[in-house]
Design a protein. Structure first.
Length: 452
């Protein structure tokens, strides 16, 4: 084999090996959201409900159109008569009749004011259906983000617990060796063993928590997702823009979906009250009918005893004027007044809750930014403190308890730092949700902060 062919073969082998060992690309937040949007039963049910509610308009329009029905009948009779009047033998006379009829009827009841108001009422129903679906979309983004970062947080907790267990195993070995040569007391060994056993229990608990959060994410995506992209170390911390709680509260007043839904509910209550006041308007009824019937004696189509009748198209008209209905009209008006009052109070409650939620979300995001910065500094300090404590332990100026305490402090600092980064992202989503400005573009931005 020539040298060139050998080099070519080796190049193919190396390339194949590199392709084989390329790590799988992590699943990003946007990937999970797109998958959930297709498979989450809750959002699919919301889409179906929205389509169902859209049928209100053609149903309202149908009430103004005529009702047409057809009726088809067929009947047959047979009769027999005994004749015993004469001296001859008894005779029987049999008669049979067959016949049928059909008719077509069309009727229409017209109450123009009620019809127009019923038709216009569907506009509120359609707007409410759209808002309900938009709210379901925002809820899906929030649920995906929350469960996504809960999985990452659980993975961080498990990794930290396993790292702590490994370090404590090493610490226990060192304590046992120092005790064997007389450089440490038995209490150091006991303390190290107790900490190791506690860390082992934490690993078991962390695995259970991770499995639970993975199942929660699988519930909305329909698939098991293990390799999730985590925030990069250089993830930016954007301050909310505008930097004013009042301006975010105003954004929420204009864009919050729950608030918009409450406003429509009040408008709908006002509209229904006006409709009830039109209940005494007269109703005009129009009708048309055509009937045709035939009867044949003894199945003889040409018998003189056959009959045929028909009634041509006839028209009818009438007016129905309600006079007294047992007091139901006035009762329904009072009911609509109470429903209007309830809708007004619900709107006020939703307005206050929306303003409070927007201000709280703004302050929460600012706090989350400060928390990330503080936890990052605390993490660096904990690492330096552990290094100093281990150095002191090696020269005999620090005890095993001091080292264990420093390790626990570092573990807590790592978990707090990771949790605060996730909290920052979810706080940003919460602020966007409350203000009604959350879109898929926001997920795209957050997705750019993750490791690809």
């Amino acid at each position: 084999m020539s040298l060139i062919r050998i080099q070519h073969t080796l190049s193919l082998v190396v390339a194949s090996a590199l392709i084989t060992f390329v790590p799988a690309q992590a699943t990003t937040l946007l990937d999970v959201y797109d998958q959930a949007a297709q498979s989450d039963p809750t959002i699919r049910a919301a889409a179906a409900t929205r389509l169902a509610n859209r049928e209100a308009r053609p149903q309202a329009l149908a009430s103004f159109l005529p009702n047409i029905s057809a009726n088809l009948n067929w009947a047959g009779t047979a009769t027999g008569q005994q004749d015993t009047s004469g001296m001859s033998a008894t005779t029987w006379t049999n008669t049979s009749t067959r016949g049928g009829s059909y008719s077509i009827t069309a009727t229409e009841s017209i109450n123009l004011p009620n019809f127009l108001r019923s038709l216009n009422r569907t506009d509120y129903s359609l707007a409410q259906a759209d808002l309900t679906y938009q709210n379901a979309e925002l809820s899906l983004i929030t649920r995906v983000a929350t469960r996504y970062f809960n999985v990452l947080s659980a993975k961080d907790a498990l990794k930290a617990a396993e790292s702590s267990l490994e370090s404590l195993n090493q610490q226990l070995e060192r304590a046992e060796k120092r005790f064997e040569v007389g450089l440490a007391a038995i209490t150091d060994v006991q303390e190290a063993r107790a900490s190791r056993d506690s860390a082992s229990s934490k690993v078991i608990s962390a695995k259970r928590t991770l499995a639970t959060n993975q199942e929660l994410l699988r519930e909305i995506t329909g698939a098991s997702l293990d390799n999730l992209a985590a925030p990069r170390e250089d993830m930016p911390l954007f301050t909310p823009d505008p930097q004013s709680a009042d301006e975010w509260a105003q954004k929420a007043m204009n864009g919050n979906i729950d608030l918009a839904s409450s406003r429509i509910n009040l408008e709908l209550a006002n509209y229904d009250l006006g409709t009830q006041k039109l209940a005494n308007y007269p109703t005009i009824t129009l009708g048309a009918n055509y009937t045709n019937s035939d009867a044949y004696k003894d199945l003889d189509l040409f018998s003189s005893s056959n009959s045929h009748s028909w009634k041509g198209t006839w028209l009818s008209a009438g007016v129905n004027v309600p006079i007294f209905s047992g007091g139901s009209v006035t009762s329904k008006i009072r009911q609509s007044v109470y429903q209007q009052r309830a809708a007004r109070e619900n709107l006020e409650a939703t307005t206050r809750a929306t303003e409070r939620g927007a201000r709280d979300a703004y302050l929460g995001l600012q706090s989350a930014i400060a928390q990330v910065q503080a936890n990052k500094q605390a993490l660096e300090s904990s690492r330096l403190a552990l290094q100093a404590t281990e150095a002191g332990f090696n020269v005999g100026t620090r005890t095993t308890i001091d080292v264990l305490t420093s390790r626990n402090n570092l573990l807590t600092a790592e978990q707090s730092y990771a949790a605060s980064r996730y909290s920052y992202i979810t706080s940003l989503i919460t602020l966007k949700t409350v203000s009604g400005t959350l879109t898929r573009d926001d997920l795209q931005l957050i997705n750019s902060w993750l490791t690809q």
